[in-house]
Design a protein around this ligand. Structure first.
Ligand code: N01
Length: 481
């Protein structure tokens, strides 16, 4: 059977694609999922304290509001349950090929089809939607000797509940979004905890709170009320673009707030100094937490800012020669983003790999399509991620364009790809904008590729991306029937 569409992944992106395909009356499609359950990053990240740093009303599908969120910023179990619920309501489970790990996706010019090689056989499809997620492939730290460690090592995104932490000596490497959520949760029951900080993060007060039963009832009875809350949250976040993109000097206001937060929560001036960032707020992802800083007032918790030299069987050796001994090491060291391994598995009409698009060598069109990769779409593609708002909004925008383009391919039996000119114009336009933004003010971040180019972030208002992806523009595409 030749599929109309093969969707890779069953997280927010894959499920959203499936629902929109159904809504458009497009059948004969399947989702390929390497794991035995759906949910993507919200299935995988089960570390204690895992929580979304975008409010739930906005970090959910616009077409599937959830009046039952228990907190304005949900924890992982509730977001995962939301995705399960959405899949059940839309009858998506039967369309998911679980335990199908896609190892190769190649275009065959003779049959004009995509061939998907999986661990359970080969599938053919007219169209492919990559919905693999930008934060799906955990990155272990590249530290000499890590394999020699005698205790247990785990990445936050591959949390192993069988590893005992109670009473143990635990080292956490990294101080990004994952670390600041899990450190306060594990500190009370581990024996001793040391957090290895390479670069301090800017941390703002967390405004999340429990949703009252009254509000939940109101959202159930008057769905418009939740839409209004969502819209308010959306526009409040859009205002942040003025600082992130238009004039990064406006971020000083946020820096003051963050410094006051640090001062309130960390009484020790020396520790405070070590935790103070020296780059513009927003250049790296802005974090929110009310319980991370106070954790360092605990007797059993320490911050290490001395650089890590190597890992030895007993623990971590720092540059000052000191050996920090541990039973367990936790790597909160992020993901392969600009070098997402999926790029190595996708081959276009000339056999070239999609990874060239992530490293910025290949032009892309609206972060979604690529010349020489006909009928192939990527959710969360180059320069579609955000520092200030919900990625779900971006996915839904991309899906407007994707569904319209798939309709063209299926109605006319056509190969559709963006023209080189349209893709270059799009990519260059963004790259010219990026140096003036907060992400170009000088810091290292997972938004930048190995050459220092920002191939991750959308540098504008998200409503502008929504406008750009509203229509299929025939003149920007080569359509071969
Ligand atoms: O990863 P990160 P994360 N030696 O890349 C350090 C999303 N997320 O998993 O800053 C020593 O931010 C590294 O140091 P430095 C969210 O979008 C969302 O925390 O490079 N340290 C840094 O401190 C987030 O931004 C939620 O100097 C090393 C840390 O490890 C993204 O995922 C929750 C090192 C990595 O931080 C990634 O967050 C959690 C080394 N060799 C995550 N290598 C939500 O709430 C790396 N580091 C939605």
């Amino acid at each position: 059977m030749i599929l109309n569409v093969a969707v890779i992944g069953s997280g927010f992106g894959g499920l959203g694609t499936a629902i929109r395909l159904k809504d458009a009356g497009i059948g004969n499609f399947l989702l390929f999922e390497r794991a035995d359950d759906l949910g993507g990053t919200w299935r995988d990240n089960t570390y204690p304290g895992c929580r979304c740093d975008v409010g739930s009303d906005l970090y959910s599908f616009s077409f599937a509001p959830n009046p039952r969120w228990s907190n304005t910023y949900s924890y992982q179990p509730e977001i995962w349950a939301y995705l399960q619920d959405v899949a059940t309501r839309h009858h998506l489970r039967e369309l998911i090929k679980f335990n199908h790990d896609v190892t190769d996706i190649s275009f065959d010019p003779a049959s004009k089809l995509w061939y998907l090689t999986t661990n359970q056989g080969v599938f053919q499809a007219h169209n492919v939607v990559l919905a693999v997620g930008g934060l799906a492939e955990p990155r272990m730290p590249d530290i000499e000797g890590i394999e020699s460690f005698a205790g247990s090592v785990m990445h936050t995104a591959q949390w192993d509940e069988n590893v005992t932490l109670v009473g143990q000596r635990v080292g956490v490497i990294g101080t990004g979004a994952s670390a600041i959520q899990t450190v306060p949760q594990i500190a009370p029951f581990v024996g001793h905890l040391e957090v290895f900080q390479r670069t301090p993060s800017w941390i703002l007060p967390h405004l999340g709170h429990v949703v009252s039963e009254r509000s939940k009832r109101l959202y159930r009875v008057v769905p418009l009320a939740q839409k209004v809350v969502r819209a308010f949250g959306y526009w409040r976040r859009e205002l942040m673009v003025l600082g992130f993109v238009k004039d990064p000097s406006r971020m000083t206001k946020g820096e003051t707030l963050a410094r006051e937060h640090l001062e309130r929560q960390v009484p020790d001036p020396q520790l405070r100094q070590r935790m103070t960032p020296h780059y513009r707020l927003g250049c790296k992802r802005v974090l929110i937490s009310n319980d991370y800083y106070p954790t360092f007032s605990r007797e059993n918790v320490g911050l290490v800012t001395e650089p890590i030299e190597r890992i030895e069987p007993q623990g971590i050796r720092t540059a000052d020669g000191m050996l920090h001994e541990f039973d367990v090491l936790i790597a909160a060291t992020g993901f392969y983003v600009t070098d997402n391994p999926i790029g190595e598995k996708v081959h276009g009409t000339k056999g070239e790999k999609l990874s060239r698009a992530f490293c910025g060598d290949m032009a892309n069109y609206k972060g979604t399509m690529f010349p020489d990769f006909p009928n192939l779409f990527m959710l969360g593609g180059p320069n579609t991620a955000l520092g200030h708002s919900s990625i779900i909004f971006m996915h839904e925008s991309q899906l407007n364009y994707i569904i319209k383009t798939i309709e063209v391919t299926l109605k006319r039996g056509a190969r559709v790809e963006p023209t080189i000119d349209a893709a270059r114009k799009w990519t260059q336009g963004l790259q010219e904008k990026l140096p003036g933004t907060v992400w170009g003010t000088g810091c290292s971040s997972w938004y930048l590729n190995a050459q220092g180019k920002n191939t991750v972030i959308w540098p504008d208002f998200t409503f502008k991306f929504r406008q750009e992806t509203r229509h299929f523009v025939p003149k920007d595409h080569e359509i071969t029937v």
